[in-house]
Design a protein around this ligand. Sequence first.
Ligand SMILES: [Zn+2]
Length: 323
Amino acid sequence: LKRFAIGVDVGGTNLRVAAVEESGRLLEKVSASVRALAGREEVIEELCRAARALSNKYAAEASLAGVGVGVPGIIYAQTGMLRQSPNLPGWENFRVRDAIASRLGGKAEVSVLLDNDANLAAFGEQWLGAGRDVSSLCLLTLGTGVGGGLIFDGKIWRGFLGMAGEVGHIPVAENGVPCGCGSSGCLETEASATAIVRKAEQLLASGRSAPLAEAQRRDSALTAQLVYQVAKNGDVACREIFESFGKYLGLGLAGLVNTLNLPLYVIAGGVVGAWDLFSPAMFAELRRRSYVFAEGSTRVERSLLGGDAGLYGAARLVLQPPA
Ligand SMILES: [Zn+2]
């Protein structure tokens, strides 16, 4: 009998559950929206309902290895307790793994493993995505914030307190804006969707981009996507936002490349869609700042699995548990 796993990705407003075979083949993927203010009990209930439905559906043709769950925040992987999560208020010090395992457990014990969502995205990308041909990589997710995951020799590197991979808080800008972490000028404050919107607001306030003001009047919501469209249409001031974004990303990458000397750095997250606008500045800064960066051999590439990387990584967590 083949084995399969249920992979789960818990977001702030969105819950995704997938059944994945041990070969990496996706059997089925479902999404459930979670009320923005839903309590943790409601989210766990919905998660277990979807996991149970999928595992029952495929139980006849394959045996269930377990349920892997990716959660944003700092996790004690050993105990499956969520220590802290900015995106899941009310979940602090919550034993997520036990809550899921006790609901799913019936006649048979179900193995449930928990990890940070960015760690699992990196784990998934190394299994089936851009990192298929390497055993070590660093993944950076550029979205509302900036997250990261490290895979060394096929294993997730969590750090001794489970806090490794916080690449979003690498300091890159002197006198930068305050960051949610308590520092300022972090990579996250310069190379995230939030940074793009903040700089676009400044541009609107200064009156330096008529095309952006016009686009906002039409579209009303000022998003990173809107700024990208205006930049694509040739607006110099908006293009500069992506050049600055690329420069700071290159600066952060240079520090990582010099420290880690990995074969691959994967760039993921929603903002990766603006690759054509930010990557030239990113590579220029990386070349300028890193003597460890080897042209033609050190790879900096876009994610291949996109938003599904974390689901595959969660499934892999139970299919290929660490020795
Ligand atoms: Zn920070």
